[in-house]
Write a new protein. Structure first.
Length: 762
C-alpha cells in the first residue's frame, strides 16, 4: 500500500507519524523494550501531547530477532500464527549512546537519544536497517483507518525472493505484492498461496507475523527499501539471519513449523479424471488399465469433483448413478497397487445433504444478522465450514473418516481462498480480516490430522491449493489452474520456485495445464509439460475439459510419459533421500539455482531452470522448437539421460541448445554419487536394494552419500575414495545386487560389487 507522493511528500489523506529517537528503554533477561516518541525530546514540555512507538525486541530462535512495533496497545481477536519459541540465550548491552540486542550471529543496534535508526548486523557487517521515518504510524483521514508501516533498506546488488507463490518475475525487486489469498489462476498478480516472508541473497530473510493482508512494496514506492504495511495499531516482524538460503529457511521453519515428509508413494505419477469430462467406473478403469497396457507405471488415481453429483459439492457422497459400488471400485484400484485420492473443498452447496446438517448445528460462517454467509459463486448457495468451531471440525472430519473407511487414501483439498471478510461472523469471534488467509491452515490441518489419525502420520498427505504460514506442515501443494500454453508453463515454474523459496518443501502442478480453452493442449506442449512434471517433487496429470491420458495425444506422448515416469521411479533412492534430509532441515527438494551456487552471481537471476535436490539440474523446454537457453555454473555436467552429453564449464557459461521431443537437459554435477533402481515399477520400494551406483566425475579424496528407507530414515551408505585414476567404492546397508557405473569425460565404466566393495581403475 502506498502512502507517499514521491520521496518528499505524503499523500494528503494520510497523517504519518514516525519515531524520531529512542528516548528511554527497559530490559529483562530476554527482551529489550524501546520507547520512541514522534519528535525529539529537548525539554519536559516536549513530553506532552505526543505519541510514541513502543518497540519490543525478542528472539524466539537463535539468529532470529523479533521486532514488534506498537502504537496503541489494543487486543486482537484471533487467529495468530503459531510461533515456536525455543527461548535462546540473548545478549543485551546498553551505554549512554547505543543499545544492542544479540541472538546468535545476529545483532540489532539502536542509537540512544539521537536520530532513530535500527540496524541489523552480522558482526560488523550491516545486513539491513530501518532508518529515520521508515517506521510509520499512519492514519487515513478519509476512512478513519489506521496502519503500521516498516521499511528495511536493501543494498545495491541485493535481490529479494519469496512471498509465496507468485507467477510473475521470480526476483521481486520493483514489485508490489499483497498478501491476500485469492482464487485468481496462474496468469495474474493474485495468488492462492500468499506467505508474508521474503528472503534475500544478502544473508537474511524477513517474516511479517500478521495473518491479515499485508502489503509489500519491494523497492517500488521507495526504491531503496522493502516496505511492508498492514491495517491496525501494531506490526510484528522477524529478521532471520542465514547467511545461506538453506540456513534462512531452516530458521524460518524452526520458527513457524517443519514440513512432514510425505509417503514415498506420493512421489509417483498421479492420474485424474480431469474436471468437467464425463467419467464413471468404466471410464476410470479404462484409464487405469490403459496405463498398464501402455506399460506406464501409475501410483495414484484421483477422482475430481464429479465423483459427487453436480450442485452438491462438497457433500462427501458418491454419485451412485456413475459409481454404484465405490467400495468395490476402490478395491479394484488397490488390487492394481494404486492409491485413491478424492477431491473435496470446504464449501457446502445448499442442495447437498451436508448443508441442512451444518445449518441446523450452526457449523457455517454467518453474517451479522445471524443468517449463513452464502453466495452462488462456484456452487449454488455455497456456505463455508467454520473451522473456528471445534464441533464443526469434528463433524467435517467425520465425513472424511467415512471415506477413509471406504478405502480412500488421501484428499485433494481444493479451494480455501475465497473466504468472506465483509459482514462475516466466525464462531470464536475471530476478526474476519485475520481469518481470511488463516482459514486454509485450519482447513488443511483438519484433513491432514484425520488422515494421520487413521493411517499414521507417515502416510498422511493432502494435495492442497491454498496455503499460508505454517501450511508447510501439511504437504503437498500444487500450483492451481494453469493455462495450457508454453508461457504459462514457465509462469507456473516461476510460481513454484517462489513458493519453494517461502518455507515449503514440496510442490506440484497440473501437467499439460488446466485451462484448455476451445482446443486440447498441443501434443508437444503435453510432452514438454510431462517432462517438467515428472521432474518436479510431485507429478499429476490434470485438466479441465480434456482427458490427460497420453494416448489421446500421439504415440510419442506415450513413449515420452513412459520414459520419464520410469526415470523418476529409478531416481527415488536419490529423491527420497534428498527429500528426507532437506525436509528435516526445513529446505525444499526443488529449488532455485542460486541456493546451490551462491558464489555465481548469474545463478541469482535464473528462473527457467532449477535444481532437483542438490545434485541434478533440470531445464524444461518452454517452446515448440525444443530450444533451451541454459546456464551452467563452473564444473563438469553430465546428462543422466544421454551419457554422451557432457559439458566442462570453466567459469560459468550460457549455452544455446536444441532437444528432440523426448529429451531435455537433466544434468548431474561433478562429484555426484547418484543411486538409482531402473527396475522400479512404483515409487514406494526398498531404496537400498539392487541399486545402480552412478559416479559422475568424482573428486580426489573421499565422498559419501546416504540412502534412506521407505520411512525416510538413513539405512545405507556409499563411500567413494578416489586417488588419481583409481576409485574404491564401499557400501554399508545395501542389499541385493549393486552395479557401479563410473561416468568420466563422456565414457562409462561398469563394475560389479564384490561383497560390499569394488575397485575401478580408469
Amino acid at each position: 500500500m502506498k502512502f507517499t507522493n514521491g520521496y518528499w511528500l505524503d499523500r494528503p489523506q494520510y497523517q504519518i507519524e514516525s519515531p524520531r529517537e529512542v528516548f528511554d528503554y527497559r530490559q529483562t533477561d530476554k527482551q529489550l523494550t524501546l520507547y520512541a516518541p514522534f519528535k525529539f525530546i529537548h525539554e519536559r514540555g516536549d513530553e506532552l501531547n505526543l505519541g510514541m512507538s513502543t518497540i519490543d525486541l525478542t528472539s524466539p530462535v537463535e539468529g532470529v530477532i523479533g521486532v514488534k512495533l506498537t502504537h496503541f496497545d489494543q487486543d486482537t481477536h484471533g487467529p495468530a500464527y503459531h510461533i515456536n519459541n525455543q527461548n535462546p540465550d540473548v545478549t543485551i548491552t546498553t551505554s549512554d549512546d547505543e543499545l544492542t540486542f544479540t541472538s546468535g550471529d545476529l545483532t540489532a543496534r539502536i542509537p540512544f537519544q539521537t536520530a532513530f535508526q535500527l540496524d541489523f548486523l552480522h558482526g560488523d557487517h550491516l545486513l539491513t536497517q530501518s532508518l529515520d521515518k521508515a517506521q510509520g504510524v499512519i492514519h487515513d483521514k478519509s476512512t478513519n483507518t489506521d496502519y503500521m508501516r516498516e521499511q528495511l533498506n536493501v543494498g545495491v546488488e541485493d535481490k529479494v525472493y519469496g512471498l509465496g507463490e507468485r507467477f510473475g518475475n521470480f526476483i521481486k525487486n520493483g514489485q508490489e505484492v499483497r498478501i491476500d489469498n485469492q482464487d485468481g489462476g496462474t496468469a495474474s498478480e493474485q495468488s492462492y498461496k500468499n506467505i508474508p516472508f521474503y528472503l534475500t541473497d544478502a544473508g537474511y530473510g524477513v517474516f511479517v507475523d500478521q495473518p491479515q493482508p499485508v502489503d509489500f512494496e519491494i523497492t517500488s514506492e521507495n526504491v531503496d527499501r522493502v516496505q511492508f504495511s498492514t491495517e491496525g495499531q501494531s506490526l510484528q516482524y522477524y529478521v532471520i539471519y542465514g547467511p545461506t538460503p538453506q540456513e534462512i529457511l531452516h530458521r524460518y521453519t524452526e520458527l513457524t513449523g517443519k514440513t512432514q515428509l510425505p509417503p514415498a508413494w506420493s512421489f509417483g505419477l498421479w492420474l485424474t479424471t480431469s474436471f468437467t469430462t464425463d467419467y464413471s467406473e468404466a471410464t476410470v478403469m479404462k484409464f487405469i488399465d490403459g496405463m498398464k497396457d501402455h506399460d506406464i507405471p501409475l501410483d495414484v488415481f484421483h477422482f475430481d469433483c464429479f465423483w459427487q453429483k453436480g450442485f452438491e459439492w462438497s457433500n462427501m457422497e458418491w454419485d451412485r448413478d456413475e459409481f454404484p459400488d465405490p467400495e468395490g471400485l476402490i478395491k479394484k484400484i488397490h488390487d492394481r497397487g494404486i492409491k485413491v485420492c478424492v477431491w473435496i473443498n470446504p464449501y457446502i452447496a445448499q442442495k447437498g445433504k451436508m448443508f441442512a446438517e451444518g445449518k441446523e448445528k450452526g457449523y457455517f460462517v454467518k453474517r451479522e444478522d445471524g443468517n449463513i454467509w452464502q453466495w452462488d459463486l462456484w456452487q449454488a448457495g455455497n456456505a463455508f465450514v467454520d473451522f473456528t468451531n471445534p464441533d464443526a471440525v469434528k463433524w467435517y472430519q467425520g465425513k472424511l473418516q467415512a471415506l477413509i473407511d471406504m478405502g480412500v487414501d488421501c484428499f485433494k483439498t481444493d479451494f480455501g481462498e475465497r473466504i468472506p471478510v465483509d459482514d462475516a461472523v466466525f464462531f470464536d469471534g475471530s476478526d474476519p480480516k485475520r481469518e481470511h488467509n488463516y482459514y486454509t491452515l485450519q482447513y488443511n490441518q483438519a484433513v491432514f490430522d484425520t488422515l494421520a489419525a487413521a493411517k499414521g502420520e507417515d502416510e498422511a498427505v493432502v494435495f492442497a491449493r491454498s496455503a499460508t504460514v505454517g501450511s508447510q506442515k501439511f504437504p503437498v501443494h500444487w500450483g492451481g489452474d494453469a493455462l495450457s500454453t508454453f508461457k504459462n508453463m514457465a509462469d507456473t515454474l516461476h510460481g513454484g520456485l517462489s513458493f519453494l523459496s517461502s518455507g515449503f518443501a514440496f510442490w506440484s502442478h497440473d501437467i499439460g495445464g488446466f485451462e484448455d480453452g476451445p482446443d486440447t493442449p498441443t501434443a508437444d506442449l503435453y510432452k514438454r509439460w510431462t517432462q517438467f512434471g515428472l521432474l518436479s517433487s510431485h507429478s499429476r496429470y490434470h485438466g479441465s475439459n480434456v482427458y490427460r491420458v497420453p494416448w489421446n495425444f500421439d504415440d510419442e506422448a506415450v513413449e515420452n510419459t513412459r520414459k520419464f515416469v520410469n526415470l523418476k521411479l529409478s531416481l527415488m533412492p536419490y529423491l527420497y533421500t534428498q527429500a528426507a534430509h532437506n525436509t528435516a532441515y526445513g529446505n525444499p527438494l526443488m529449488r532455485p539455482m542460486w541456493f546451490d551456487f551462491m558464489a555465481d552471481r548469474t545463478a541469482h537471476t535464473l528462473d527457467n531452470q532449477y535444481m532437483l535436490g542438490s545434485q541434478i539440474l533440470v531445464a524444461p523446454v518452454f517452446n515448440h522448437e525444443g530450444h533451451v537457453n541454459l546456464y551452467l555454473p563452473a564444473g563438469k555436467w553430465t546428462s543422466i539421460i544421454n551419457d554422451d552429453e557432457v559439458y566442462d564449464i570453466q567459469d560459468g557459461k550460457w549455452l544455446s541448445l536444441d532437444y528432440g521431443e523426448l529429451d531435455l537437459p537433466v544434468l548431474a554435477r561433478e562429484n555426484t554419487i547418484l543411486l538409482r533402481n531402473p527396475q522400479a515399477v512404483h515409487a514406494d520400494y526398498d531404496f537400498t536394494k539392487d541399486l545402480d551406483i552412478h559416479l559422475y566425475d568424482m573428486h580426489e579424496g573421499t565422498t559419501t552419500v546416504a540412502v534412506v528407507n521407505q520411512q525416510g530414515q538413513d539405512a545405507g551408505q556409499v563411500t567413494v575414495d578416489r586417488h588419481d585414476n583409481e576409485l574404491q567404492v564401499t557400501t554399508t546397508g545395501l542389499t541385493g545386487n549393486a552395479t557401479v557405473l563410473v561416468h568420466e569425460n563422456g565414457q562409462v565404466t561398469k563394475a560389479a560389487l564384490t561383497g560390499d566393495s569394488a575397485t575401478i581403475t580408469l
